[in-house]
Design a protein around this ligand. Sequence first.
Ligand SMILES: C[S@@+](CC[C@H](N)C(=O)[O-])C[C@H]1O[C@@H](n2cnc3c(N)ncnc32)[C@H](O)[C@@H]1O
Length: 290
Amino acid sequence: MPDLTHVQFEGVPSRRPRHDPGRAFPPRSLDPGHPQPLITGFAADVLATAGLDAAVYRAAPLERRVAACLRTLKAGSPEAASVLLGARPELSAAALSTLLIGVSEFFRDPAVFDVVRSVIIPDLQARPGPVRIWSAGCSTGAELYSMAILLAESGMLDRAWLVGTDCRGDAIAAAREGVFAPAALSRLAPALVDRYFEPAKSGRRIVRTLRRRTIWQVGDVTRVLPDGPWDLVLCRNLVIYLQPHAAGALFGGIHARLSPDGFLVVGKAERPPPARYVPVGRATYRRHDA
Ligand SMILES: C[S@@+](CC[C@H](N)C(=O)[O-])C[C@H]1O[C@@H](n2cnc3c(N)ncnc32)[C@H](O)[C@@H]1O
């Protein structure tokens, strides 16, 4: 049976319903023992054009995005969209960005950042030497810049290196630029906006003191992981899109690259394998060696 402990399936009933002999329980689509369907057709073509392996992704969440991709490409059908991509590979970046949901925001899930502030930051402050942080699947950078702000606020920025990787080149280019629309900053305290963002043409730009501590790289986490050791890895809202074998390999690879007391922060619906990570707070874990 595949290990699905990394995913908390939404909609799984907490109690077994009354027996209905005509109905399989749990539903086949949610049964962890049921083989996960593979992506085919247009969604697989988009991934292949971008050099990504369709076999590592769960089909359902990505196939739900196909209609949005067709709108992006102004194509009438998945077949027409595949032909269009073949003829105009330069459209693949826009198609990929629509298919792989890149939603992110500053201090996303504030309860998690409360744990970062109260548990991780004091722990890192007590350690001498550099602080190394990796955001895997960083999208356009709001997550890693949130960490940079916290490090600056706690006086650790000068000894910190923050690395963000994502498989989408356009997301990495935007993260490197560090310009955010006013709406993206609306939930930040005005004092933080004043301190860490400077006016820019189309919004506000992260100040240079923060940008110069960040490194942005295009990379596919299912193939290559940046060498550690990492004191903190943020791998949030990416594993939910992966097949169990790829999620297991990623959590294993991160474990091997964490420093002995390193931390892992995941998305609120994601669960790393309990043999390798011990929980320390909401969606937050410490490396564990059995
Ligand atoms: C929903 S966003 C999460 C952004 C951020 N971590 C957060 O939680 O706010 C998921 C990101 O994972 C990226 N991604 C998906 N597959 C990937 C892969 N194989 N390698 C690297 N990044 C990937 C997507 O491009 C997207 O930017």
